[in-house]
Design a binder for this molecule. Structure first.
Ligand code: ATP
Length: 235
């Protein structure tokens, strides 16, 4: 339904120390959609995700998730509401193997996928289950990072540049996984530099500049807005 918005961000402001990074960031995410934040380096995309996850100390405005105001909430409570964050640096445990990584916190919510369920989604991780984190390829590490979040029972996923540094064939696999998660009912917010990739997975895009949203485009509107988009993204 039109009004089934899972996340509504309104007039979000954020600071790192004295640096004012987000300036009136507003956007909303309909349940079940894949939505991207597009924009140049430094526009504030990662900061927005960290605010949603409660990881930026100085933040103001409103972040409502399923009607719960999260602007003053701590990260652990936000995670318990069903929000899962896969940071750009992935956050897997390098010295532990795949199975061990899948048994560790954050396993915070009942209803998370079992290990076998994540292995069904990522057959490559099943093959690599005894390999240490450091021995995994970039793509395998990204899959493991997503798999760990699926274990938590999160239904709303924040994925920060999941394709960064990955070979094209692996980027395609990540795309298939994202589309698969969408059909399973997950809602996904994606930060992407790879605009072509974004257009193969997303329903809508928010263009971010200088800490706020300057444009929303539905994916099917992208073709007719290509020139404008290229100017925004500087490509
Ligand atoms: P990128 O793709 O480069 O990550 P981004 O749009 O995600 O771009 P952010 O990472 O949100 O941008 O950064 C926004 C601004 O905040 C940048 O100017 C960056 O230098 C600054 N910044 C980010 N993290 C910190 C921090 N921990 N302390 C101070 N400033 C920061």
């Amino acid at each position: 339904a039109e009004n089934d918005v899972i996340l509504k961000v309104e007039n979000l402001e954020a600071w790192y120390g004295e640096s004012h990074i987000l300036h009136g960031m507003s956007f909303e995410i309909p349940r079940g959609e894949v939505v991207t934040l597009l924009g140049r380096n430094g526009a504030g995309k990662t900061t927005t995700m960290r605010c949603i996850m409660g990881m930026v100390a100085k933040r103001e405005g409103s972040i409502a998730f399923e009607g719960n105001e999260m602007i003053r909430m701590r990260s652990d409570r936000i995670a318990r509401l069903g929000v899962g964050y896969v940071p750009e640096e992935r956050g897997i445990f390098a010295s532990l193997n795949v199975m061990e990584n899948l048994e560790l916190p954050p396993v915070v919510k009942p209803g998370g996928m079992t290990r076998d369920e994540v292995f069904d989604l990522f057959p490559r991780l099943r093959e690599r289950r005894n390999s240490q984190g450091t021995k995994l390829s970039g793509g395998e590490q990204q899959m493991l990072a997503i798999a760990r979040i699926l274990r938590t029972g999160a239904k709303f996923l924040l994925l920060d540049e999941p394709t960064e540094g990955l070979a094209p064939v692996i980027v395609q696999q990540i795309g298939e996984i994202i589309r698969d998660l969408k059909t399973k009912g997950f809602t996904i917010l994606l930060v992407e530099q790879n605009f072509h990739f974004a257009s193969t997975v997303a329903d809508r895009h928010y263009v971010v500049e200088h800490g706020h949203v300057v444009e929303m485009m539905r994916n099917e509107e992208i073709g007719s807005n290509m020139q404008k988009l290229q100017e925004y993204l500087g490509v």
